[in-house]
Design a protein around this ligand. Structure first.
Ligand code: SF4
Length: 91
């Protein structure tokens, strides 16, 4: 998916309860940085981690990843991690 298509993506925001664009998520965190839930909210739509890593300054990406990792994991994230770990162990 190219950047133009990513810019047009929309989903229901679990925090606001309304439909928002990915562009909004990129600036809705502290100091106009991305929202800390951006990995959780967008991983099913495209490779959001790679996108952020290539578009954000390294320092901003690292802070965002740390903040996201420090949050309690929701059930889906835990299931995905377990599934990925199981897949790695199988290989
Ligand atoms: S990343 Fe943040 S602003 Fe965007 S949909 Fe998720 S909770 Fe809402």
């Amino acid at each position: 998916m190219d950047d133009k298509d990513i810019d047009k993506l929309e989903r229901r925001c679990p925090r606001l309860g309304s439909k928002i664009s990915f562009r909004y998520c990129l600036i809705s965190g502290e100091d106009d940085n991305p929202c800390w839930k951006i990995f959780d909210c967008w991983w099913e739509y495209f490779d959001v981690a790679s996108y952020l890593k290539s578009h954000l300054p390294a320092e901003v990406f690292e802070q965002l990843a740390k903040k996201a990792a420090a949050q309690p994991k929701d059930k889906l994230s835990s299931i995905v991690e377990i599934a990925e770990q199981a897949k790695k162990n199988k290989e």
